[in-house]
Design a protein around this ligand. Structure first.
Ligand code: SF4
Ligand code: SF4
Length: 72
């Protein structure tokens, strides 16, 4: 999967840091925005996307996953 974090939409609520089970995000105290630091640790649970107050996070299937989904 691919995680898209739109920093312009981030309102700094830090819920993504709280709900992510694998610590994919960190908080930039200066910018007051979340940052994606460990995208490869993502488990595709979608907790961050569902809880994001700014609607700033989108979890999408990668091109690789879409390719194999078409084969099944
Ligand atoms: S989908 Fe789940 S594991 Fe992946 S970044 Fe979001 S909260 Fe973390
Ligand atoms: S949950 Fe969304 S709005 Fe809140 S800090 Fe994370 S990216 Fe920003």
């Amino acid at each position: 999967m691919v995680i898209h974090l739109n920093e312009k939409l981030c309102v700094g609520c830090q819920l993504c840091l709280e709900v992510c089970p694998t610590g994919c995000f960190e908080f930039d105290e200066q910018a007051k925005k979340a940052r994606l630091i460990l995208p490869l640790s993502c488990l595709d649970c979608k907790a961050c996307e569902l809880n994001c107050e700014g609607n700033a996070i989108k979890i999408e299937k990668s091109l690789f996953q879409n390719f194999f989904a078409q084969l099944i």
